[in-house]
Design a protein around this ligand. Sequence first.
Ligand SMILES: Nc1nc2c(ncn2[C@@H]2O[C@H](COP(=O)(O)OP(=O)(O)OP(=O)(O)O)[C@@H](O)[C@H]2O)c(=O)[nH]1
Length: 665
Amino acid sequence: MLASCGAVKAVYETWRRGCLDILLHRLDVRCANSPVRRHVRSASNTASVPPLRMEDYGVDLIRNFSIIAHIDHGKSTLADRLLERTGTVEKISGSSSQMLDKLKVERERGITVKAQTVSMLHEHNNKTFLLNLIDTPGHVDFAWEVSRSLAACQGALLLIDATQGVQAQTISVGMLALEKNLTIIPVLNKIDLPAADPDRMAAQIESTFGIGRDEILTASAKTGAGVDEILRAIVDRIPPPSGDPEAELKALLFDSSYDRYRGVISLLSVQSGRIRKGDKILLHHTQKKYDAVDVGVLHPEETPTEMLQAGQVGYLACNMKNSSEAQIGDTIFRVGESNRGPLDGFQPTKAMVFAGIFPIDSNDFPKLEESIKRLTLTDRSVTIQRESSTALGQGCRLGFLGTLHMDVFRQRLEDEYDQQILITNPTVPFKIVYKNGKETIISNPNDFPDPQDFGIGKVQEVHEPMVKATIILPNTYLGGMINLCSNHRAEALDHVYLDTTGDEPRVLMTARLPLAEIVTDFFDKLKKTTSGFASFDYEDVGYQPSDMVKISFLLNGRPIDSLAIIVHRSNSVRVGRIWAKKLREVVPKQLFEVAIQAAVGRTILARETISAMRKDVTAGLYGGHYERKMKVLEKQKAGKKLMKRIGNIDLPQEAFYDILRSNRS
Ligand SMILES: Nc1nc2c(ncn2[C@@H]2O[C@H](COP(=O)(O)OP(=O)(O)OP(=O)(O)O)[C@@H](O)[C@H]2O)c(=O)[nH]1
């Protein structure tokens, strides 16, 4: 982990600007002089270092692969070892470890949220191979990143912690790789740990994926043991990409980022033909034309090359100023060629969790909106819509792939854009089915129909999104977990034993759960119930009718729109009471009595009362110093700016902050 936030920000900015010498110096990455290492260079000293000749790497010398695994099983650490062992960088240590986790949020939380690409050169049987590695996130919320990355690969290292074995995400990412017909190389990692049990874990891999034990490698990404065998397996087992460099250009745009000087930088995987610096290119989706100003590979930083050809993965800068023009999954053609048969793109992402984001000071909305737009350039899975609230002013309603995704986005807004924000309670998208057959999806509780719209009104019913949850846990915790799921409206609970060897058999449990139940405190409860020994994954399985209601919270009869929530009717009284109590703690006393109510339509579920503040009868009796009085008045005025008015009640911004935070924790 880097020493301080400032240092991380500076390094990150430097990296973005392409001041590579400075970055390499800071990361303590130095070049060595071996024939392969001579390319460990910086873009700024290309005069002294021979450029990479991409034409030397025909498809038979290319291997495109990804590392996939459950969270924390060691992907980024293994990526570091591969970078070292191939001489792409010199020894990685201390602050520069987990080189591919570049974002501050990744370094602080120790998780990968953004897939990264890096090209390495590797000598094998007297030939130099070009290995393109795509490091992917492990958490379910970032499965879209994994899926996109796999589209540019022919093989995947499926990493499994030899002390923990197969976990929920091992299954989901492994299955994703199998679906995409990738060659899987299973690797049991962390064999240096005394608790490692490679034989037992190999049996799990065999029973889960049907992969023979003789195909399973063992390694320690920490010590470097087994890394040479992994490199050998990458070259020997993963098939080279197909594609004819002499054919017309077709390249898949699989990721993009924004550089404030050069505009959009796209990552592409060339499927056929060549793309050269200076080429005139065409993007299929927008039919817009650009000049390829710079092409190259990430080695590990941007290294310009003359061209990229079939089978290769690299970056492209083409003076694209508007990031929405770089559609992820789009095909890049060359102007003047037939431009037929665009490549299969990607399934668009589906936001599973929505929340409103508001500036602490309403005057900061334009800055906040700009920052959100910039940040979404590096994370295209976020959806944005403007939203305005009587309580919180102008803001944006954003859609995320999950609650961790939402939290990471919030942290990136704070870290990278210095924004101070309020974020409302997450809500899932509900489907409103009308009697005339129409359907709408709502992502904001304030759009939920009123109770009178049901029954004889125009609304037929409400549907909520469901997920199929997969939980892997030691047998001891099975009873507790079944209870937890049942308390969260789970259906179709089932379980099978993954293995029956060892002291503690492990169970794979499945259940159908409402998504709304897992976006609140489910993960915390799951951790507590299983002492942190369970792993959890879920997939979307569509909508089903459900008896949902909207709870509004009122202050002296006036609703606070930003606090409204949608819950299942069976939970409404309990949730209404808890929230009314929490509100009582954060709403300051006024000169009059304040009634806090939780209500579904006109039905009051809970009420709390804040008694009136006693008037200070001595106020004004003592003259005091004029300047001091003015100072106090000025201070109050500044404070008032951050106050939000609900009816005749002034609420400090912190009250919203506290209540919204307490509901997330
Ligand atoms: N003892 C030991 N520790 C390891 C090994 N590989 C990784 N670790 C440690 O395991 C933890 C997680 O490693 P990461 O490389 O961040 O795991 P990851 O899979 O990239 O994690 P995400 O990006 O969050 O999915 C870190 O503390 C590593 O130092 C290993 O072979 N042996």
